[in-house]
Design a protein around this ligand. Sequence first.
Ligand code: NAD
Length: 485
Amino acid sequence: MNKVQHYINGQFLDSSCGEFFDNINPMNGQLLNKVALGREDEVNAAVAAAKAALTGEWGQMKLNDRIAMMYEIAEEIDRRFDDFLEAECLDTGKPYSIARHIDIPRGAANFKVFADTMKAVADEAYRMDTPDGKIAMNYSMRKPKGVIAVISPWNLPLLLMTWKVGPAMACGNTVVVKPSQVTPSTTSLLGEVMSKVGVPAGAYNVVQGKGSITGNLLTAHKDVDAITFTGETKTGEMIMNACSKGVRDVSLELGGKNPAIVFADCDMDKAVHETTRSCFANSGQVCLGTERVYVQRPIFDEFVSRLKESALKLKLGIHNDDSVDMGPVVSKTHQDTVLKYYDIAKKEGANIVLGGGVPKMEGELANGFFVEPTIWTGLPEDATVVKEEVFGPCCHIAPFDSEEEVIKMANDTDYGLASTIFTENLDKAHRVASQIDSGIVWINSWFLRDLRTPFGGMKGSGIGREGGHHSLEFYTELKNVCIKM
Ligand code: NAD
């Protein structure tokens, strides 16, 4: 692929003004392809196509046919697995070892799960007595919300985009997707899948472009009925503002600064294994990652040295080497951001247990945007890297003494997305889980996802829950019908 285009009303298109921007391979800093930059013409055309499709062939499709089509989309993603894998890994720099097991299979699963959810949805019904001695029956029905703008980030591009497109389409909505400008390819590739399986034109549209241009135009468009967004909290605030115009619904999945809590009675092997994943997987670019690790004092030194030993085994390298655990971070801009935080940690007096800089890479990878897996100790709780989301392969480890103290430390954050707890004491696990202010709590595990469960964050980590039938609350309007008999 040497250019990535928009997909509007069933057609692949360049921008009307012919503008493109560069998509850079984060593994070597080389140009991967040129991406069409969407402006007013493309956003207007995509929203108009999505609006028309609501009453066209797509809008008139029977539920069973729509559900069957969701399955066909998933099956076509599976058939084109290798194309999606390569495109995703080249855009993000993530290794096959991650994308093969997480990103691409979840991209397909997001269509099947929400097709199943839609099939199983039950409507409410209530019989009531009327004041004149008769009876009335109330029943609820769901209606698609309309044109949904889907704005997605770069860390898990296909997975997070389909997490919204899957339920939105299963509910009968039409979508206009604006993927991150850094990872445009798999969203465009999904357009090929939609064409192949015969999804009616206008149901799935993609406008490529930058957040400050294309994203802004899309969120401000009056014919967009609701916006679902995953990304940074600051961007989420802007999008929420845009939604106030026209009183449109918004779902926000935002940043995190998630705690991992390791009690002295944990299974140490399990805690080290899972915390290695939660700090360094996907080069730390996971909203659910645990950049704050709290370890009970009796096992503090042992845990720090075991986590260091485990992180030292992570192999950095190129995506198609199956022995590689970690790729670069996604862009030069993001590498600079992460390295800026590494410098701040040093200046604020962190004890650097591991890493803290740029690793030495060989050959073309020397120009890639790699950063070292990094572990700090010794910072106070108000230090910058303990407070702010770095979104890189790093963590700060702090000791604690009591359960009460660690709950306070864990909750002392503006975010509330996820947390992990390691203990072999069941009572303690439940007790602590119930007191942590986060939308998701994992006990003795991390990133175990059942797609039927509610997913979302508290505080600055977002608004609303998606997943299973919770997604239907956002992607449909509920209507009550009352019949007097
Ligand atoms: P970002 O907010 O910079 O960008 C996300 C998307 O918003 C991109 O498509 C971008 O182009 C677009 N955008 C930017 N400015 C916009 C504007 N003014 N109007 C409309 N659209 C705009 O986020 P990112 O850097 O791509 O992703 C990383 C962030 O996402 C981290 O904070 C991470 O924690 C968060 N995240 C959260 C979840 C979750 O489920 N809660 C999942 C993944 C990532």
